[in-house]
Write a protein that binds this ligand. Structure first.
Ligand code: ZN
Length: 287
């Protein structure tokens, strides 16, 4: 990392903290105090299958490795199961993956996330592709969507949300729900993604903390360590520097947004993280 960058990061860190986490903690306390909504298992319908196949057949500039169609092919040869659950009035989740993955989805947490956003989405299509987010093996290869993205939705539209990796699906769900709820609408795509991702991680940390200040601090420090290590690695080893680099929006751009909002002030002393990858959140969050 060049010294100019270190200097800029240090300078930014001296900005006064915004303490914007309080409204998120209040929101999380309120949401967890509400009656828990129950997911209702349902049998897949012909229309569910049509939706799954239709969505996987189109090209996507986000899922350019087409992890969606890989899951449909796997299901067609008996290597994946089709499962459906509905959260009445919120969404219908149509899933392709394994029964083990299905049982690992934190349904109560997902219900809380839908309660918190309070915006329905007709279909949540979940292609649980097990491919992990890894750095390109060749440092000269740019870090692109195929290495890091896992979902998409449409700004201010409540018809459809797509998740196509199993890894970190809960964070992806929340990030995409913020898009459907018009969060950060009107920004250029790089700043929009950097902001929405930063808010997603703060929001998720508050929900995981159930509104507890102490729990938030413990979880957020782990996330800071992950973000610092990942940012440094991407800058040093893959040359990610500015919004012109695709990976910037979700990594260095997110880092900058968090610094500007005062969320990177408590840098933990031991910054070592193990198993660094292109996951957006620390594996220690266990989601
Ligand atoms: Zn996004």
């Amino acid at each position: 990392m060049c010294h100019c960058m270190i200097f800029l990061l240090e300078l930014n860190r001296r900005m006064p903290p915004a303490f914007w986490k309080e409204p998120f903690l209040d929101m999380a306390s309120t949401v967890w105090a509400m009656p828990e909504e129950q997911w209702i298992p349902d049998a897949p319908t012909p229309d569910d299958i049509i939706q799954l196949k239709k969505e996987a057949s189109g090209d996507s500039n986000i899922d350019d490795g087409n992890l969606r169609s890989e899951m449909v092919r796997l299901w067609e040869v008996g290597g994946a199961v089709l499962r459906v659950k509905e959260l009445p009035g919120r969404t219908r989740v149509v899933f392709l993956g394994t029964d083990e993955q299905w049982s690992q989805i934190p349904w109560a947490l997902w219900a809380r996330i839908f309660q918190a956003i309070d915006q329905p989405v007709g279909y949540t299509l979940f292609y649980a592709n097990p491919t992990l987010r890894n750095f390109p093996t060749d440092p000269a290869e740019p870090v692109k969507s195929v290495h890091m993205n896992a979902g998409y939705s449409y700004m201010c539209q409540q018809k459809l949300l797509v998740i196509y990796r199993f890894e970190e699906a809960t964070r992806v769900l929340l990030h995409e729900l913020l898009h459907t709820a018009c969060f950060d609408n009107g920004m250029g795509v790089e700043d929009l993604e950097a902001n929405t991702e930063a808010w997603t991680e703060i929001f998720l940390c508050a929900i995981l903390s159930k509104g507890s200040q102490r729990a938030f601090t413990v979880l957020w420090k782990k996330q800071i360590a992950w973000i610092e290590a990942q940012t440094l690695y991407l800058h040093t080893n893959h040359g990610v520097l500015s919004p012109a680099d695709y990976a910037w929006r979700y990594t260095l751009g997110r880092h900058k947004v968090l610094i500007d909002k005062g969320f990177m002030n408590e840098i933990p002393s031991g910054l070592e993280v193990s198993g660094l990858s292109l996951r957006f959140t620390t594996p220690e969050w266990n989601i």
